[in-house]
Ligand binder design. Structure first.
Ligand SMILES: [Zn+2]
Length: 481
């Protein structure tokens, strides 16, 4: 009998703890009254973006082969399209095609803020040109959108930043601290020539930045089951990247009397093992932050689970990893992408190889990953990492930068909630880690999740409303600091 009471008491206490924590799991959303309105000339903004799209600043994977004339043309275009900004701000051309602007603030004791984007765009995949409603470099303004490569990634961000700067200059506004603008010219091929050089330049001048805002998550509806409001996804970290090559060597010769395992067979087994032995799933700090913001917006059942991860963590991981986005948030992902073996059906290959693409979660390193691969495939197989980047640091959500972005989000997209998250792809922003503690990745545009597929895809386009919202977002951000 006393046992029964003890169990009953334990259940009551547990229920009280769970419910108490759920009740304390409150929405982080608040309202911000937007600054009383300057009228935004959307038509003018659309024309300026259209002009930027018409210049095909296409990235080439081999920088030596790139056509650089459009990049030079782009620099001139910005100068002519945004005369007010170019008169008031200092502009430096870095490494021939990247741009760094400085808008001098009134208070020299404040650390500068840096707003970023990039000039280059990905090419249009061969054979898909005909699928575009309007040619990808036409910059057509039609059906309430500006169309073309770069309207979402990310000439929109360049144009919107400059739009905001021009409106504020026309208002006679001077920022408190310096505002820098940096537009690199090779983000799509890692940013060695652009962002890295600008970051080094700032570092050589001893400049430390208060915070950085680069391209990143958008405001999307329906991105997460169980949440009704649009989510403004603000990247506080980005994953690392590694292409790991594994190679097996075997005996060449005729295939009529083969060994038990050919080189190709060994690679097949190694690949199967790597897919089976995934990196561990973890609720890392960035995921905790994300769930703390998004959880309170959900229904009671999910709220109960997310408020009590100390108890439901293992269950949460089990369920969450079944979806692809959930899996990618929980762990370093493993994707076998390239296989090479023999070329002739009746000849034993002397060599076979595979490339596995990993996206490394913060908290793990490239070395950890190589050790993992070696451990899994065994010592008969050679392991090398021809391309690898470490994951970024995780920027705080309680600092000045995240708060400023959050306020600007609420002033511009009032129905949404700002949510910290991790960017799966790489951005230029990581290059600035030596000069900045607070680095964020967000693009102020409200789009559907289907629309996001247009980035790097077909029929990339930006709605005219987004031109207005984006301009207001940057004005709010710069004004409220
Ligand atoms: Zn981009």
């Amino acid at each position: 009998m006393p046992y029964l009471y003890a169990i009953l008491a334990a259940v009551v206490i547990l229920a009280a703890v769970l419910l108490g924590r759920t009740a304390a799991f409150r929405s982080r959303r608040y309202t911000v009254e937007p600054e009383p309105g300057i009228e935004i000339d959307v038509e003018k903004a659309a024309k300026r973006l259209s002009g930027a799209i018409k210049i095909p600043t296409i990235t080439a994977s081999d920088p030596k082969k790139a056509d650089r004339a459009p990049f030079k043309q782009f620099t001139d275009y910005l100068e002519q399209a945004f005369p007010v900004a170019h008169k008031a701000l200092e502009r430096e051309i870095v490494n021939r095609y990247s741009l760094l602007y400085r808008w001098k603030g009134s208070d020299e004791s404040l650390k500068p803020v840096l707003l970023m984007a990039h000039i280059d765009v990905v090419p249009v995949e061969e054979g898909t040109e005909q699928l575009w409603s309007y040619p990808p470099f036409s910059g057509e303004i039609a059906e309430g959108f500006v169309w073309g490569r770069g309207t979402m990634d990310i000439k929109n961000q360049i144009v919107l930043i400059l739009e905001a700067v021009e409106y504020l200059l026309e208002e006679g506004f001077t920022p408190a601290g310096d505002i820098y603008l940096a537009f690199g010219h090779d983000e799509e091929v890692r940013g060695d020539e652009g962002a890295l050089q600008i970051a080094k330049l700032l570092q050589s001048r001893g400049i430390e930045l208060e915070y950085i805002l680069d391209e990143g998550g958008a405001v999307t509806e329906g991105a997460m089951p169980g949440v009704d409001c649009p989510l403004a996804m603000v990247g506080i970290a980005e994953k690392g990247y590694a292409d790991i090559k594994i190679t097996a060597e075997g005996e060449a010769g005729h295939s009529s009397m083969p060994p038990q395992h050919t080189a190709a067979g060994m690679i097949g087994q190694a690949v199967a093992k790597l897919e089976r032995k995934q990196r561990p799933a973890r609720i890392s700090p960035y995921l905790k932050e994300m769930l703390a913001y998004v959880g309170p917006e959900m229904g009671f059942g999910l709220r109960l689970v997310l408020a009590n991860l100390w108890l439901f963590g293992p269950l949460f991981k089990l369920v969450f990893q079944r979806t692809r986005p959930g899996n990618a948030l929980l762990r370093t992902t493993t994707a076998v992408t390239v296989l090479e073996g023999g070329k002739v059906p009746n000849v034993l290959p002397s060599k076979a190889s595979a490339i596995i693409n990993f996206r490394i979660t913060p908290g793990e390193t490239v070395d950890d990953l190589i050790a993992h691969v070696r451990g899994v495939v065994g010592d008969k197989i050679k392991v090398e990492a021809p391309t690898a980047t470490e994951p970024s640091r995780i920027s705080p959500v309680d600092g000045t930068g995240f708060k400023a972005i959050e306020r600007a989000v609420y002033a511009t997209f009032p129905r949404s909630i700002a949510v910290p998250y991790i960017v799966m792809g790489g951005t230029d922003a990581i290059r600035y880690e030596p000069v900045c503690e607070q680095i964020y990745r967000f693009t102020p545009m409200l789009v559907s999740t289907e629309d996001l597929d247009r980035m790097h895809g077909t029929n990339e386009r930006l709605s005219l409303e987004n031109l207005e919202w984006g301009t207001r977002f940057y004005m709010e951000l710069i004004k409220r600091r």
